[in-house]
Design a protein around this ligand. Structure first.
Ligand SMILES: [Ca+2]
Ligand SMILES: [Cu+2]
Length: 332
């Protein structure tokens, strides 16, 4: 597919080189928040070839004693009028419904579970045993950034993430081409069947899957589409508000650093900034949410964690060329 020449040795294990370049960011064919399609350039970088796993996250927590947002009691001042149950440490867990439901009401399948966190992804009675090679979940934006800093890495911008997900196939619908299941082959962990109650793959994969179970894209990156959504460093804005360079030039390495720009006045939680998440998850289904595509994007409040949201990190090109003896020891 692509002959990708990396600029030397990877800065850590299990990272793939994503060459820089120009590409058509966004899509005109699906949801309004993906528009308009615009020309963008990014510089090359190294990217984790899979989402950060439970085992990798455990190494970080053991080394640092880090406590995730989902494990901390929420500050009542931040959530005026909240149900007391929502003020116990916890996280959002997906529960399949017994039958078809009104797809506009997400509370039918999302439950705030006190005690849910990365070690107990299905709630306090569950464990992450057997999930070592699955993506870590129940991580808020600051948890992802704390991990990245420890590993000597960073979160990608939305443009970097999307460029990487495209794997060199500029303008294609999916990370692997234009066909959802080429020659019948399932290419990503997405919901097969009728969301949120019926699956065509019972027992095969109901939730997250071990990383690298599905084929890599053209840049040797796994699980970009599906499995878990992934945090980026960009705050969420749409079309008109998106950063545009001078009219003469293609934006290069665009990023959205203004938390204020992501606030939506008048909604509950309106004071909590929102980030862009990318890639879709195992809950994205044709009858509900066609977001297992590079251009797809969603907003997520920075303090939110769920059973279908994780992250991966990058190391930008120039930095990777420099020996950095003071960098913390990266997880393998
Ligand atoms: Ca993903
Ligand atoms: Cu979705």
């Amino acid at each position: 597919m692509n002959t990708v020449t990396s600029p030397g040795r990877a800065p850590a294990k299990n990272m793939a080189w994503v060459p820089g370049g120009g590409f058509a960011m966004g899509s005109a064919d699906f949801y309004p928040e993906e528009r308009p399609v615009r020309r963008v350039e990014v510089d090359g970088f190294w990217m984790d070839d899979h989402p950060v796993t439970v085992a990798e996250f455990r190494r970080f927590v053991r080394a640092t004693g880090y406590v995730t947002v989902a494990e901390r009691p929420p500050d009542p001042a931040q959530y005026p009028g909240a149900d007391p149950d929502l003020l116990r440490p916890g996280s959002l867990v997906f529960r399949a419904t017994a039958g078809p439901v009104d797809l506009r009401d997400v509370s039918q399948w999302w439950r705030y579970e006190p005690g849910a966190q990365w070690r107990h992804p299905q709630g306090p009675g569950s464990t992450a045993g057997g999930l070592d090679q699955h993506p870590v979940t129940h991580v808020a934006a600051e948890d992802a950034e704390a991990y990245a800093a420890w590993a000597g890495k960073e979160l990608p911008t939305e443009a970097e993430w999307e460029f990487a997900a495209r794997g060199g196939l500029d303008g294609a619908v999916f990370c692997w081409g234009d066909e959802f299941a080429p020659r019948g082959r399932v290419m990503a962990n997405t919901w097969q069947g009728q969301f949120p109650w019926q699956r065509d793959t019972p027992g095969k994969w109901d939730r997250t899957t071990p990383v690298r179970r599905f084929p890599a894209n053209g840049y040797r990156l796994y699980d970009m589409a599906g499995n878990v959504w992934e945090w980026t460093s960009d705050y969420f804005v749409t079309g008109a508000a998106a950063p545009a360079g001078p009219a003469c030039c293609t934006p290069r390495n665009p990023r959205v650093t203004s938390a204020e720009a992501s606030l939506v006045p008048g909604e509950p939680g309106a004071h909590i900034p929102r980030r862009v998440i990318k890639g879709g998850s195992h809950l994205c289904a044709p009858n509900y949410c066609l977001r297992y595509r590079p251009a797809a994007r969603q907003s997520e409040a920075v303090d939110t964690s769920t059973s279908h949201l994780g992250f991966r990190c990058i190391v930008r090109g120039a930095a990777s060329q420099l020996p950095n003896p003071t960098a913390p020891r990266a997880p393998s």
